[in-house]
Write a protein that binds this ligand. Structure first.
Ligand code: COA
Length: 382
């Protein structure tokens, strides 16, 4: 065999693209979208503004934002045949699978040259951002035998999604907290789902295929699926006192089990998104009343710092997002689809960037099998 290149498991640290979408320095907890710190974006912007920024590389002025919001609102509705398709899926199926199916089907309902026609490509991007929340909310209602709720034009992207779930308009605090959660999840550099979207897009596949691939990748428990498992895990801690939580965490670590919502391939400090979301979560609990699971989470964060803080394992964004969504009465299995309706903006920004200067992905491999084996005809094999 010729000399093999070095194998890097998980491609850790291997650059997969030149990009100007998101800057991340995990050693110091620095996260910026298109050069703007996440702290400033989450304080001053809406999800719509951040989506515009991600897609276009610059923040919109007032009239650009108005036009972008109007275009999103105009695309929120989903064709009835797509709902008919969702009705054929098993009600107990995971909403991420329903979303992945609906996103790929959406491409069939919107035929055309999504790849080479730059203007149509942008319309497709806008449609995906506008329609994915409608699909997630509609699926949630369809699986319970309820009719989907039509989007409400006067509501923001965040408020409209919450409204489409149960027909109730959220309070201003709930809308803002959810809006910021969408901003915080909208982009995160070359993570697994973004990479998979770029890989699929690099073949010049339809953007719906690229986003469906990204949705599938996000569904895994080591990626987007972690926020669901955080909540399930916190509920498992029967004694939420500091001592009880410590005993539970030690037991889990001794069994070499991962503790969900902690650790990150990039961050070696507390995820800056977790810091922002935690502050907002407190404002939500002040308005809606406390939630005991938050106290358990605080105890777990303290205990984990003592037990594994030295290894750089701190809370990531998923640790607090699940607690916020639960307080907003969102069912646990919608947490990851919510991640997807936010991250779609980042996926699309990367896809557009990939297509600007495309080369199909074709990595190398390290051969571990045998070579030049001689073939025995089937009747002569032992
Ligand atoms: N709980 C306990 N130990 C953890 C841990 C966690 N959540 N995350 C990492 N570790 C430990 C590993 O056991 C390993 O220890 P070792 O060196 O003694 O074997 C070390 O930290 C490195 O872990 P590794 O899995 O190689 O890190 P990674 O960079 O490949 O993985 C994650 C990053 C996110 C996949 C990992 O931290 C994880 O599984 N976290 C839980 C799931 C989660 O919250 N995902 C959401 C990410 S936003």
């Amino acid at each position: 065999m010729t000399n093999s290149p070095e194998y890097i498991p998980g491609l850790a640290g291997v650059p997969a693209a030149r990009t100007s979408v998101c800057y991340l320095d995990g050693d110091i907890g620095k996260l910026q979208y298109r050069g703007y710190p996440i702290e400033a974006l989450s304080e001053h912007c809406t999800f719509e503004e951040v989506s515009y920024l991600l897609l276009n590389g610059a923040l919109p002025n007032r009239s650009e934002l108005n036009a972008f919001e109007a275009a999103l609102r105009a695309e929120r509705e989903v064709d009835a045949p797509l709902f008919a398709l969702l009705k054929t899926l098993p009600a107990e199926g995971h909403p991420m699978d329903a979303l992945m199916t609906a996103v790929s089907a959406l491409g069939m309902f919107n035929p055309g040259d999504h790849v080479n026609d730059a203007e149509y490509r942008r319309l497709t991007a806008l449609r995906l951002i506008a329609k994915m929340p409608t699909i997630v909310a509609a699926w949630h209602r369809i699986r319970r035998g309820e009719a989907p709720i039509a989007p409400k034009d006067e509501l923001s992207h965040a408020a409209n999604f919450l409204y489409m779930l149960d027909g109730k308009e959220p309070s201003k605090t709930a809308e803002r907290v959810f809006d910021v959660a969408l901003i915080l999840h909208a982009e995160h550099s070359m993570n697994a789902s973004t990479f998979s979207g770029r890989v699929t897009g690099s073949t010049l596949a339809n953007p719906h295929a690229a986003i469906a691939a990204a949705v599938g990748t996000l569904s895994g428990s080591l990626h987007g699926g972690a926020n669901e498992r955080v909540l399930v895990m916190l509920r498992e801690i029967e004694d939420g006192s500091r001592e009880g939580t410590r005993r539970w965490a030690e037991g889990r670590l001794n069994n070499k089990e991962k503790i969900m919502g902690f650790g990150h391939r990039e961050y070696k400090v507390k995820d800056p998104r977790a810091v922002i979301l935690q502050k907002l979560a407190v404002s939500l609990f002040d308005e809606l009343g406390p939630t005991p699971i938050y106290d358990t989470a605080l105890a777990l964060e303290e205990v984990m710092e003592e037990l594994v803080g030295a290894k750089g394992i701190y809370p990531n964004v998923d640790f607090y997002s699940g607690i916020v969504y639960e307080r907003l009465d969102i069912p646990v299995d919608l947490f990851t689809p919510i991640f997807a309706i936010s991250r779609v903006s980042g996926w699309l920004a990367h896809l557009l960037e990939q297509l600007e200067d495309n080369r199909i992905f074709r990595p190398n491999q390290i051969w571990t099998g045998e070579e030049d084996r001689s073939l025995t005809p089937i009747d002569e094999r032992a």
